[in-house]
Design a protein around this ligand. Sequence first.
Ligand code: HEC
Length: 138
Amino acid sequence: MTRFVILLPVLLAAAAAQAAPGPAQQAELDAYTGMAKAADPNFGGFSAARGQALFLATSKTARPDTPSCTTCHTTDPTKVGRTRAGKEIGPMALSAKPDRYSVMADTEKWFARNCDSVLMRACTPMEKGDFITFMTGQ
Ligand code: HEC
């Protein structure tokens, strides 16, 4: 018992240092895994590195005022972003906004809008899963 009491704060501190998807985020990732597998039977899992690249990329096909996800979300996912009209957007990093990626309908709505603005197309299930994998680790 004493050992457990001593160990618990250490475990909690370790969990806080390394952000990871909670059950709600994992449910979204599982849904995107299903869609990615349906699109490509050879799908080999999501990649935080690819998600980061998507986030930071400047699109050549973008609408002129939104060339990148970072146009609104800034290059630092832990920071508050801003719409073109100047309205605040909460941070994208799960560590900075723990309710991120927890309501599938919201996540889908914003992927649809924002991928269309930046890429002039829908994001694929793999891109969505990569993005969430990156952001839930931030
Ligand atoms: C024109 C500004 C703008 C751009 C560019 C933009 N976003 Fe967003 N994004 C928003 C706004 C506004 C919201 C909704 C407010 C919120 O969730 O805090 C949002 C929310 C989201 C969400 C919902 C997160 C959740 O909690 O479920 C995702 C996912 C997202 N954006 C992904 C992207 C990706 C990927 C790109 C680049 C391809 C991108 N965004 C580019 C403005 C933008």
